[in-house]
Ligand binder design. Structure first.
Ligand SMILES: [Mn+2]
Length: 388
């Protein structure tokens, strides 16, 4: 800020005399808030009073029940994702626009474990968020329906049986028409999640993958581990390797066999240095171009360790030099604008987390995607792929 000081009078600021705040995105979103209804919020409050009984006479706010029901207070209640209804009956998932499901599994980790607690960790801190986002201009409660279907029954000592369980669950959610939001779990699940969707469609799927690691070698420690999902996913007939875009890769944890495989399969790797050179906007454009080239839908796989380890201590293979949180949120939000057929957040490990910050960023990615899909009219855009 430049301040011109007259010798006698007060400081005069005149750097931006033509600044017009109505030119800001902020201004447009201020106006947009007025257009979003409050009907479902009022319905939730009424339901809270009915189920939770009216509050004490001393309370001025007569919408507050005695028993906490619904969103408030954020520190209370039974902790589903964003306090969304728990869809205990898996047959009813198709009644919702989107469905959160946890995959508590860390049998594919090759260093720090703990991601089996990822779904719980993300659910717990998800209570911090309201359904409204000013910058995106959406209120999820008013503009879409979300449920939490709980967790997949994983088999801790058997990765292949776990893969089968995951593909069953994700395939079921996808087939129901609800948009799958998958909370991992280590990255080994990426093969099983994509397979779950791929089996339910004849269409082709591209993958946008954010990570510090390439995760495309065939085996690790003699098994299919969290370093291997894309080798196996891109062996599926309708998941072409040329539509796999891997962004943020780099550092000293990328095995040579993964790079050899990426070269052989002709995936697109955009390293962190490439991101710095190209800029975020271009990277998003390139990712969309490659992932959508000849495909019918795109799946988003977000490894939390793509973000600099200073921001995400709670992860299995921390690596410095990754994205800033706002960079990854920009990229995720931008690639979601054209629609997705599913998404996952993997490698959140609460036992190593500090103040829930890693889990919080994982939640943020999910909520930003939901908000972006709603804002751009893409919620449900994957339904055309479901085999009839
Ligand atoms: Mn990784």
């Amino acid at each position: 800020m430049s301040r011109l000081r007259s010798p006698t009078g007060p400081a005069v600021r005149q750097h931006h005399p033509s600044f017009d705040k109505s030119s800001l995105h902020s201004w447009a979103m201020l106006g947009k808030e007025k257009l979003i209804p409050l009907d479902r919020w009022h319905a939730e409050q009424a339901r809270g009073l009915k189920l939770g009984l009216p509050g004490a006479d001393s309370l001025d706010d007569k919408t507050i029940p005695t028993f906490s029901r619904g969103e408030l207070p954020h520190f209370a209640g039974i902790n589903t994702f964003m306090k969304a209804p728990y869809c205990e009956d898996a047959n009813l998932i198709g009644n919702y626009d989107a469905c959160v499901l946890g995959v508590p599994f860390d049998g594919g980790t090759t260093y720090r474990p703990g991601t089996r607690f990822g779904p719980q960790g993300m659910r717990r801190i998800s209570a911090l968020y309201t359904p409204y986002n000013y910058e995106i201009g959406v209120d999820l409660r008013e503009q879409m329906t979300l449920c939490d279907a709980g967790d997949v029954f994983t088999i801790p000592a058997n990765i292949e049986k776990t893969f089968d369980q995951i593909s069953n669950a994700v395939g079921h959610v996808f087939r129901s028409g609800a948009f799958p939001v998958i909370l991992g779990g280590d990255h080994s699940i990426g093969f099983a999640t994509v397979r779950g969707i791929a089996r339910e469609t004849d269409k082709k799927i591209g993958i946008i993958h954010f990570d510090r690691h390439a995760d495309i070698q065939e085996k690790d420690l003699d098994e299919r581990m969290h370093t291997t999902p894309w080798f196996h996913a891109t062996n599926l007939p309708n998941v072409p390797a040329k539509n796999l875009v891997q962004i943020g890769i780099g550092g000293w944890q990328v095995p040579r066999e993964a790079i050899a495989e990426a070269r052989k399969r002709d995936t697109t790797i955009i390293t962190m240095n490439d991101v710095v050179e190209l800029g975020l906007e271009k990277v998003a454009e390139i990712a969309l171009e490659k992932a959508w080239d000849g495909t019918d839908a795109v799946y988003l796989s977000f490894d939390i360790d793509s973000v600099d380890c200073g921001f995400v201590p709670g992860t299995g293979w921390p690596e410095p030099g990754g994205f800033l949180p706002r960079e990854i949120l920009y990229l995720i939000g931008t690639v979601a604008k054209e629609g997705l057929c599913g998404m996952e957040v993997v490698e959140v490990s609460p036992p190593y987390d500090t103040s829930d910050i890693t889990a919080l960023l994982g939640v943020r990615a999910c909520v930003d995607v939901l908000g972006t899909l709603v804002a751009h009219g893409k919620m449900g855009s994957h339904k055309h792929m479901i085999r009839g």
